[in-house]
Write a protein that binds this ligand. Structure first.
Ligand code: SF4
Length: 94
């Protein structure tokens, strides 16, 4: 992930985010495209979420995505809207 660069902005978001240890990440063994489905591609999203449910670092991954407000892709078995809902609940509870 650290090599992803938005070339149009010449800006690498991953340089500003402290990445956790991804040992055990099941997505490392699978086509990463299924974790970044288009809105119309619900089938791909379902497959990604199923993979995440089997992943031993799912909770750490989900926490990372929520804490860093990552607004794209499937992380920890949840999509963008799921994570936004969790953030709202956490904010309301604090
Ligand atoms: S929970 Fe899903 S997205 Fe996160 S590391 Fe595991 S397989 Fe990858």
């Amino acid at each position: 992930m650290s090599e992803r660069v938005n070339s149009s902005l010449n800006y690498n978001i991953w340089e500003e985010i402290v990445l956790p240890d991804w040992d055990g990440a099941l997505c490392a063994e699978i086509d990463p495209a299924i974790f970044f489905p288009r809105d119309s591609d619900a089938g791909s999203s379902k497959i990604a979420k199923k993979v995440c449910m089997q992943c031993e670092i799912r909770v750490k991954c989900l926490n990372f995505a929520i804490e860093n407000r990552i607004d794209h892709g499937i992380w920890g078995g949840m999509g963008v809207m799921d994570r936004r809902r969790i953030r709202r609940v956490l904010k309301d509870a604090s």
